[in-house]
Design a protein around this ligand. Structure first.
Ligand code: 523
Length: 134
């Protein structure tokens, strides 16, 4: 059975984390996520993240360490989040409704309001811990 692997970027800069508001599908539209997408055949996780963040945000990133939590919402789908930093470019919401730079309190408030994509909620404790030391 073929399984889908999704990489998502935890992009940090100036003590904040970049999050993106989904425009589709309807059940996820309006919710915030770590931007990313499906790894294509022949790509490493790092290759896929660089490509996705270039396509979706129009930035070049350098890829760092993955978060420890791997999300497996159902059989055949796996999501990995990887830390990244912008090397060049100013992020723009090419495919998203909006982008936001958040601190730890902002992220917790968005989660409490039910505004985070369900799969991404598993990463929040580790993201908050990173933001507290950024
Ligand atoms: N997620 C998700 N969280 C998250 C991402 C980047 C993706 O839960 N941070 C889910 C949403 C979809 C699947 O992973 O069910 C694929 O994400 P998507 O649509 O962002 O990936 P793309 O851009 O590779 O897919 P296409 O829209 O099909 O091109």
């Amino acid at each position: 059975m073929s399984s889908v692997l999704v990489v998502a970027g935890a992009v940090f800069a100036n003590g904040k984390l970049l999050i993106a508001q989904r425009a589709y599908p309807p059940e996820l539209a309006g919710l915030w996520e770590l931007p990313g997408g499906k790894v294509e055949s022949g790509e490493t996780h790092s290759d896929a993240l660089v490509r996705e963040l270039c396509e979706e945000l129009n930035v070049d990133v350098s890829v760092g360490e993955p978060l420890s939590e791997v999300v497996r919402p159902r059989e055949g789908l796996e999501l990995v989040a990887i830390r990244a930093r912008i090397v060049s470019g100013e992020p723009r919401p090419v495919e998203h409704r909006a982008l936001r730079w958040v601190d730890a309190d902002d992220l917790i408030a968005l989660d409490d309001a039910g505004s985070v994509v369900p799969n991404d909620r598993a990463w929040i404790p580790e993201l908050v811990a990173d933001l507290r030391v950024e």
